[in-house]
Design a protein around this ligand. Sequence first.
Ligand SMILES: C[S@@+](CC[C@H](N)C(=O)[O-])C[C@H]1O[C@@H](n2cnc3c(N)ncnc32)[C@H](O)[C@@H]1O
Length: 275
Amino acid sequence: MLNENQVAQHYSHGNLIGAIEAAVSSMGKTTDKLSIDDLGPVDEFHIGGRVATSNLLGQTNFGASDHIIDMGCGLGGASRFIANKINSRVTGVDLTQEYVDTGNELNRWVGLDKLVNLQQGSILSLPFEDESFDGALMLHVGMNIADKNALFKEAYRVLKPGAIFGIYDVMKTGDGDLTYPVPWATDQSTSSLASAEEYQQALEQAGFKAGVINNRRDFGLEFFKQMKAKTEANGGPPPLGLHTLMQASTPLKLKNMIENISAGNIAPIEIIAQR
Ligand SMILES: C[S@@+](CC[C@H](N)C(=O)[O-])C[C@H]1O[C@@H](n2cnc3c(N)ncnc32)[C@H](O)[C@@H]1O
């Protein structure tokens, strides 16, 4: 098992809420007049941001009466997007206390705190009864979890029969060594990648029917290309963005990510499974 304290340490910022407040103010906005779209550039910490979340959600059957779990929710951007879009209740669980605290404050800012609740914990040991949830999402989290069998066994336990589990992770697509740091890890010690086939095997071993595999490599590379073009055209990044989370290490982590994808070693991939 990877060291969960080390993983949480990797993501901790120190004053994330202060950094987001400062960026909001430099956008000429106040925290009581923000929309979830204003927060999208910072609170969707995965390749393709909000567009990727929307694409994943579109392959589920989640509805207003459902209670959804966002596994490894980070700041809860996907949780708020789902709750806002389909009016469902969403519970997010994340290892990094600062992300959970910040995310719950963002819930209050946009008036979604009745529908969305984030809590600190490991998704390898969820504090919920069996068959508690009607659906699950997990975006860019499995890279920090070595034991995929344990991960999917726990997801299976908390989901109701028939529930859809939408996964969007960075997966292994080749045998070359990765260049670090990357957004999810400073070095190999907190990184544990698996191929889509290994995900499928672990899902099936847990009892899921592991359906469609969608390789989103081209979408991912296009996302980074557009981000770079916008940054260059505007003479720097916008006030709120992934750089708010990753700070000074952002350019190197993104450069390595793009190179690792371009070399064919990794790709963002969706898998839609059913309990
Ligand atoms: C790259 S971020 C993605 C966050 C979020 N899903 C999103 O897309 O914006 C990875 C997140 O996984 C969380 N994480 C890693 N291992 C975890 C575990 N065992 N249990 C819960 N969260 C975990 C980290 O704390 C971090 O917030």
